[in-house]
Design a protein around this ligand. Structure first.
Ligand code: FAD
Length: 505
């Protein structure tokens, strides 16, 4: 039987795309080589991700997905799905061989609140549960689903022939349009030998990560939980710093700590490969121990952590970046994380994936599967052009942050490029100002892109200096404040805030 769409990859991206296309009346086959529930990485959501999820739920009549867009409604509707509370983004600076040093001026901390309270907060998605739930919703809506299936994809005239095996039996489908949501599986890029443009990225990082039990709260570990001992600087935090995407930042890399309420915490290093090339002489576990031993307070944070993956597996990736030179063709498209990915810093991945799904859904809703029409092809091309602009922009932001990690005041100031764009986009969406021309994080807004490019050049020049004075740091912060002024809705880059930004009301 001929399907309208074949979607490769049943991560939350592929499954959600399948669900929406089914709601639009298309016949969809969704194929994954794995089986839910399974370990997956990419867990921390953001306000933009949640606004898009909620808007998609509304627009495509998916009321069962809507509660997942906020912590409070998630907990109330789906207590069985693993989740973590994310009130904001917390960053702490570490120096090689030294204990973490808090100060009354918060020079080694940066906290940016992303919600007013717990109820409307963002979440960490425990992906084994989250992805399985979305796939089950797709199946319940009428998507045909084949898991544990290895396939080859072949263009055949105006159709796709998808052939493979499931449980040693041959399977095959035909479809009019193929969507590749296989992520690092890169099914289409491999099949057509699509050129990688990853060499154009400045960011060059790799991951070393797993899931753990027994990871204590960082604020408790420091002995100064919020609300105790007014003399301690943590008391000024705009939210409890562990109810967040918590980042330990150091010269050449950073660590994410994302606690779920089921007792599991996602923890991993993202390391600049130029500073920390992979230690092939060490096992991933040995390299993990070595990295921890370099930063005493991080080591303390993970001292009793128990790896929960089978065989205590630590995952050591190669370069995390990918960027396919083509993200679309006449009758195919890649989802964002399949076409291009940078680094987990600032949690851009899932929001980017959702924004791509939103655009593809709008395209198929408006043009149907009229692949021979010029309008359809132009819309598909725009999707691709935007993806390219978006990964380019994220690269400048993320790489600049990596460069600044050695010098936290620059990191804190430069990171505001991400928060400015994110809060601007949230504002546009919440106030009905968003238009379908808006790209992710303002990537096609030439004025904003110019601000990022100028700030990037400025930062790179500064980070070439062997030493920076407090006066130079302050001057950079003020330059950043001046640059972002036309978009700065949340009083970012304000020296008076001492790196602590409450939720703007
Ligand atoms: C280390 C790391 C940390 C991250 N952290 C964050 C974060 O905190 N926040 C955030 O927003 N983003 C994060 N991301 C990005 C996030 O992982 C992606 O945005 C997200 O996973 C994209 O979802 P997806 O469903 O499109 O793809 P994936 O989640 O990659 O799913 C791909 C699916 O395709 C299947 N597949 C692969 N190959 C084949 C094949 N040949 N045939 C059939 N099926 C196949 C896989 O089994 C899988 O189910 C992170 C990424 C990395 C690498």
């Amino acid at each position: 039987m001929l399907h309208d769409f074949a979607i490769i990859g049943a991560g939350f991206g592929g499954s959600l795309m399948a669900l929406i296309l089914t709601r639009l009346g298309f016949r969809v086959i969704l194929i994954d080589r794995g089986q839910h529930p399974r370990f997956a990485i990419g867990e921390s959501s953001t306000p933009i991700a949640n606004i898009i999820l909620s808007q998609l739920a509304k627009q495509y009549d998916l009321p069962r997905l809507a509660p997942l867009a906020e912590y409070g409604s998630w907990k109330q509707s789906y207590p069985q799905l693993g989740v973590g509370l994310k009130r904001g983004f917390s960053y702490f600076q570490h120096r090689l061989g030294q204990q973490f040093q808090p100060s009354f001026n918060h020079e080694s901390e940066l906290l940016v609140a992303a919600s007013a309270g717990a109820h409307d907060a963002d979440t960490h998605w425990y992906r084994p549960d989250f992805d399985e739930f979305v796939a089950q919703e797709a199946v319940a809506a009428g998507v045909e689903y084949s898991d544990l299936t290895d396939v080859r994809v072949e263009p055949d005239g105006s159709q796709w022939l998808i052939e493979g095996t499931r449980a040693a039996s041959p399977v095959s489908w035909r479809a009019r349009f193929l969507i590749d949501g296989s992520g690092e599986g890169a099914v289409l890029a491999r099949r057509f030998d699509i050129k990688s443009q990853v060499h154009q990225f400045h960011t060059d990082s790799r991951g070393l990560f797993s899931h753990f039990r027994n990871v204590p709260r960082w604020d408790a570990l420091q002995g100064f939980s919020r609300g105790q001992g007014l003399e301690h600087p943590f008391c000024e935090h705009p939210y409890p710093c562990d109810d967040a995407a918590l980042h330990h930042v150091f010269d050449g890399g950073w660590m994410w700590v994302l606690p779920f309420e089921n007792g599991i915490t996602s923890v991993g290093f993202s390391l600049d490969r130029r500073k920390y090339p992979v230690r092939t002489d060490l096992t991933p576990v040995e390299e993990w121990q070595l990295m921890l031993s370099r930063f005493p307070s991080i080591q303390e944070h993970l001292a009793n952590a128990e790896n929960v993956l089978p065989g205590n597996k630590m995952i050591r990736s190669g370069r995390m970046q990918r960027w396919a030179a083509r993200a679309t063709g006449p009758n195919w498209a890649m989802l964002p994380a399949t076409a291009g990915f940078l680094d987990p810093l600032h949690s851009t991945g899932n929001a980017h994936t959702l924004s791509g799904i939103e655009r593809l859904a709008a395209l198929f809703s408006e043009h149907g599967l009229n692949v021979n029409s010029t309008d359809f092809q132009e819309a598909l091309k725009t999707y691709e052009t935007n993806l390219h602009a978006e990964v380019h922009l994220v690269d400048l932001i993320v790489h600049g942050c990596f460069r600044a990690m050695a010098h936290f005041p620059l990191f804190a100031a430069y990171s505001m490029l991400y928060f400015t764009a994110a809060i601007w986009a949230e504002h546009r969406r919440r106030n009905g100002l968003w238009s379908k021309q808006d790209a992710f994080l303002g990537a096609t807004d030439s004025r904003y892109v110019q601000i990022v490019e100028e700030s990037y050049r400025d930062l790179i020049e500064l980070t070439q200096q062997p030493r920076l004075t407090a006066t130079e740091d302050h001057a950079f912060l003020l330059r950043m404040r001046e640059r972002i002024a036309p978009y700065n809705l949340a009083g970012l880059c304000d020296p008076g805030r001492k790196n602590l930004y409450p939720f703007p009301v």
